[in-house]
Each structure stands twice: as C-alpha cells, then as structure tokens.
Write a protein that binds this ligand. Sequence first.
Ligand SMILES: *Cc1c(COP(=O)(O)O)cnc(C)c1O
Length: 355
Amino acid sequence: MVHAPPRPPAGAPPVRINLYSDTQTRPTAAMKEAMMRAEVGDEQYGDDPTVHALCDRMAALLGKEAAVFLPSGTMCNVIAIRTHCRHGDEVLAHETAHILASEGGTHASLSGVQIHPLRGERGMFTEEALRAAIRHRSRYSPPQRLLEVEQTANIGGGAVWPQARLEALVGVAREQGWATHMDGARLMNAVVASGIPAAEMVAGFDSVWLDFTKGLGAPLGAVLAGSAEFIDKAWHWKQRLGGSMRQAGICAAACLYALDHNVERLAEDHANARAFARGLRQIPGMTVEEPDTNLVFFDPSGAGVASGALVAALRLEGVQVSSLGGRLRACFHLDVTAAMVEESLGLIRAITARA
Ligand SMILES: *Cc1c(COP(=O)(O)O)cnc(C)c1O
C-alpha cells in the first residue's frame, strides 16, 4: 500500500496530542451549531446565501473583486493554474512548493504546465534567484507564464515572506508579463504573525486563496479570489472538474464561523510553537529551526535518537508528529494547548535521555 498514510503501530494508544497537522482539527460544538443554523440553497445554481456571504467577505478581506468557494486548497491551485496558463507554459515556484511536491502531478496532468523549481532558504527565493530563472524568449524556450509563492512556506518551516521581497518578486513578474498566484493555505498565520493586513500582503497577486481546514479549524473549504474576469473563468473550471456543489452553505457557515472566532487566536498557536522550539533547544544536540508561525521543524539525530525512532516512541505515548524527509514537523493548532506543549517536551526529554 504505497498510496496510504502509515498505520499506527500495533498496540499504539489513541492519539491524545496531535502535532501531526493543523488539518486534523475537529469542528467544535459551536462551529457545528453555526453549520446547523446555516441558510442554504443550490450553490451550483448561484443560489446559496451563506456561500455568497463567505465569498463577499473573502473578496473584501483579500482586496479582490470576486471569490469562489471550493472544496479544497488543492482544487484552488488546480483551477488557478488552469485559468492562468496554457499547455506547454512554465510556472516558476520554489522547489519545495506544494504544487510541485504534494499535488500528485496534477498540474502536469491537467494543465500541461511544467514547474521550474527555484532554490532558496526556508521555502523562499530571492529576487536574484527569480531573475536568474528568466528565459531568453525564443522558439526553443517554454513560455514562462506564472509566478507562484506559498504563504506561509510550509516545508520552509511555516516561514513568512518578507513583504518587501514579495513586492520585488511581483515587480519582476509584471516586468516579464507573468501572472502571479499565491498559495495562501496558511495566509492568516502570516497575517497574524506579521501584522500586515491580508489585502496589503496580497495586493500584487492576480489570484490568491486561503484554506479553512488548516489552523482555522473548519472541516472543509477554501476560497479562491481574484478579478471578476478571473473568477468567472475559474467558475468554468470548477464546473468542469466537478467542484460545483449544492447546499454548500452548511460548510461555508463553518468558514464564516472560523473567520469570526479562529483568526486572532492563531497567535496562541505561534506562541505554543515558540515555546516548543525553546524547550527543544534546551536538549543537548537537538537541531531546531526557529518558527515564524505554527510549524516547528527539528532534527533529533544529534541528540542521539534517529527521527524515525522518536516518531515511533512518541506515538506509543499518544503523541503524533510528522516526518518530512528526515526532518520532523510539529504543528500547533486549535486542538493543542500550552499544557500539551509541556507534556510533549517532557516526553521528548525522557526519550532522548534514555537514548
Ligand atoms: C494543505 C496545503 C495545500 C492543499 O490544501 P488542501 O485543502 O489540503 O487541498 C496547498 N498548499 C499548501 C502550502 C498546503 O499546506
């Protein structure tokens, strides 16, 4: 079964402390209450008032003309890339970008694009690296069409792009006649961490989306925003891909609830991530990346425990972290309290001390 996530080891207790991913938050009773009360209609027919309310609010939040509600962030990327590009075009993105590494090759398969992988620290590249990737226009070169950035940069450690750098990159794209797309899966984490309003942060981007199933805690849903013309075209792809829904207001209500209740509190997740990083750093030999937001990447091998062994030992204690190419990732979200941070640190200290 190469296509399924790993099963827990036999005899493992249920997960009590889930640091695996912010996607695994459960909708709270209050969120479900809001879903139950939602006014609904036929979304595909343009008739669901709660979906309209969500899209209007998101367009305003992101400073764009229009927005469309989609089932997942991946579908936002698929539709945005399909809308911006033609077959044979090239998209410029970081080599660790979700569109390149974690979407099953969909952009090659469905949009016929190739992705030019850019290098750079913490999932981000510089203006110089982007300029160095500009191709001389000739009959030999693939037409470069789209610049893509991820905010926050997930595999980069949840890093927040310096705003001046984003603006410089957008400047290069404009100069070259490229479109610009932001994968804003964790955009609100970047907004809360930097204090820069969302609309200002994404002003230079032709399209941007935000996921409601990460730190915002909704069971499903993402919203893609852009110009009215872009969203009109995006709707056509939503229909073609089977992403048009019916009484989707029940899910949009969870997203509206998340906007009202779960954005400012992301600061608590960031504080928990910093406390976790601080605690880890006190363990001799542990390598820890300083978190900008809610993700902490660390490597315990210098502390005498291989990363796989630490994952397994923690899982037997009911604590789950993820392993991404040898680095471990702990993710802080709505279902993780400060007490759980302390308890996890205590367990890691004990496991490394035994080693
Ligand atoms: C989770 C994630 C996605 C995909 O979102 P889904 O809602 O899981 O489809 C895309 N990009 C980044 C950076 C992500 O973290």
